[in-house]
Design a protein around this ligand. Structure first.
Ligand SMILES: Nc1nc2c(c(=O)[nH]1)N=C([C@H](O)[C@H](O)COP(=O)(O)OP(=O)(O)OP(=O)(O)O)CN2
Ligand SMILES: [Zn+2]
Length: 131
């Protein structure tokens, strides 16, 4: 065991395609009109102690999160399937809540952040506050 202590982070990306419109924006704003994005979601997960061959957690353990995205968000109109205004910021928080409630109790490590990107040039990150 090394004398150097610290936390190790891993990241995994997921994609989905969905339509949305931001109805809180003023009339005439282009994002008020229904349109679509190929969303990228990046989850960052951390642990202090590695398990098995040297994993924070097996990447395969994110399978239930992929299924949640596929079943509830992919090829959906986000305004119809969510109760929140579907901004990147709100989606990042919603997905973080799902990961903390559903995945943290059953796999090693813990959530650091969730980023949601509507395009390669824009993203929003929700960072979990601990302690
Ligand atoms: N802070 C945020 N601002 C905006 C969001 C958001 O989720 N958070 N979302 C939108 C719209 O969804 C819009 O579709 C994306 O906006 P924008 O990046 O401005 O549009 P383009 O992809 O067409 O990018 P260009 O740089 O204009 O080509 C708006 N704002
Ligand atoms: Zn949009």
């Amino acid at each position: 065991m090394s004398a150097v202590r610290g936390w190790t982070r891993i990241g995994k990306q997921f994609q989905f395609h969905a339509a949305h419109q931001l109805l809180s924006l003023p009339e005439g704003h282009k994002c008020r009109r229904e349109h679509g994005h190929t969303y990228t979601v990046e989850v960052v997960w951390t642990a202090q102690v590695l398990t098995g061959p040297g994993f924070v957690t097996d990447f395969a353990n994110f399978g239930p999160f992929k299924r949640f995205i596929d079943d509830h968000l992919d090829h959906q109109n986000l305004n119809k399937v969510l109760e929140i205004e579907p901004t990147s910021e709100n989606l990042a928080r919603l997905l973080a809540e799902w990961l903390i409630e559903q995945l943290e109790p059953v796999i090693e490590g813990q959530l650091v952040s969730v980023s949601v990107s509507e395009s390669p040039s824009s993203w929003a990150t929700f960072e979990v506050a601990r302690g």
